[in-house]
Design a protein around this ligand. Structure first.
Ligand SMILES: NC(=O)C1=CN([C@@H]2O[C@H](COP(=O)(O)OP(=O)(O)OC[C@H]3O[C@@H](n4cnc5c(N)ncnc54)[C@H](OP(=O)(O)O)[C@@H]3O)[C@@H](O)[C@H]2O)C=CC1
Ligand SMILES: Cc1cn([C@H]2C[C@H](O)[C@@H](COP(=O)(O)OP(=O)(O)O[C@H]3O[C@@H](C)C(=O)[C@@H](O)[C@H]3O)O2)c(=O)[nH]c1=O
Length: 289
């Protein structure tokens, strides 16, 4: 079965990946086509289009925007998800709301489970956590899908390093997380949508990210190694602490997600190493060999 899925934030990275993975059954609405902070517009779009499932992939995703534009960030990342959930509840539609590993940030040495209390260390994480609560309290048929460190669409962190043309790149070795290849993620989100639209009961919160946990520097090193294996020249990687980048936004040192519930649900985990080992995953290895 393939359900009709409406994706808000359809012009974004994940929104586009969902459209590519799902073909004609996925209907993405860009921010210009549907502003999720306009609750009346959300109601009228969902009422008119009557999809089988809604995926909210709209967000102010630049972490620093939650500090520099806090009102806008609150409206998009915290309040609008609650409004979408209320409309979905009223129309009887299942909702998948996309959230983040950055709802966590307390000291830990084991991957975060769905049952762990949130512990954000920056405004982006705090507002995303508020958005999650608003969704859960408004809609019984909602699933919060926490994703992390998306890659494989040419716009990710590694592709950005390669595009910079730098001979040397500095990468944080004291930040551990769950890099997530965007194509298998999109496929799983659509499979989840199908199961929700078929009336299956699903977890309220699902960690849908890559395994195993890895530091940012080791993740980049693995990607560079694959590119070198394919004959590409990659920048020299210098390991530094996160603090080397300065900036006012604090980021978690450890936000890796325990994805065993999703692995059970889907019959296997997403191993980020498989995607990272394919040189074509990082679209632009631009340095000449
Ligand atoms: N990228 C990552 O590594 C991670 C992402 N996430 C989460 O995944 C989700 C998708 O992120 P991603 O695709 O990477 O982010 P993008 O920034 O690429 O996409 C988000 C989209 O939301 C749109 N948007 C912003 N404001 C509104 C609004 N008021 N109404 C409708 N649409 C709006 C943006 O449109 P426009 O550009 O026109 O403003 C943009 O196209 C988000 O919830 C994010 O928090 C979580 C963890 C990691
Ligand atoms: C510029 C730069 C940053 N860094 C480090 C500093 C910091 O820890 C981190 C910032 O990288 P990014 O901007 O890609 O990461 P960030 O904005 O922190 O990315 C986040 O996006 C949002 C949407 C999420 O929800 C998170 O899961 C996460 O993926 O990378 C380097 O290691 N090398 C560099 O050259």
């Amino acid at each position: 079965m393939r359900s009709n899925v409406l994706v808000t934030g359809g012009g974004g990275r994940l929104g586009r990946a969902l459209s590519q993975a799902g073909g004609p059954g996925v209907f993405g609405l860009s921010s210009r086509e549907l502003d999720i902070t306009d609750a009346a517009a959300v109601r009228s779009a969902l009422d008119r289009l009557r999809p089988d499932v809604v995926i909210n992939a709209a967000a102010l995703s630049r972490v620093q925007d939650s500090d520099t534009a806090p009102e806008r960030a609150r409206a998009v990342n915290a309040e609008a998800p609650g409004d979408i959930a209320r409309v979905c509840a009223a129309l009887g539609l299942p909702l998948i709301h996309i959230s983040t590993d950055y709802v966590f940030g307390a000291e830990t040495r084991r991957p975060w489970r769905e049952s762990d209390p949130v512990s954000p260390v920056n405004n982006y994480g705090r507002l995303k956590a508020e958005g999650e609560r608003n969704v859960v309290s408004a809609c019984d048929r909602a699933c919060i899908a926490r994703v992390a460190w998306l890659f494989g669409d040419g716009e990710d962190f590694v592709a950005g390093l390669l595009r910079s043309d730098a001979e040397t790149v500095m990468v944080a070795d004291d930040q551990v997380g769950s890099p997530t290849p965007i194509v298998p993620l999109a496929e799983r989100l659509l499979a989840l949508a199908d199961r929700m639209s078929a009336g299956e009961s699903v977890p309220k919160v699902l960690h849908l990210a890559g395994s195993p946990p890895v530091s940012r520097a080791d993740w980049v090193a693995a990607a560079f190694e694959a590119l070198q294996g394919a004959g590409k020249t990659t920048p020299r990687l210098v390991r530094v602490p996160m603090a080397a980048f300065g900036g006012s936004v604090r980021r978690p040192h450890y936000s890796a997600l325990d994805c065993s519930l999703a692995a059970e649900f889907f019959g296997g985990e997403i191993d980020w190493r498989i995607a990272a080992a394919r040189p074509e995953t990082f679209a632009e290895p631009v340095l000449p060999a």
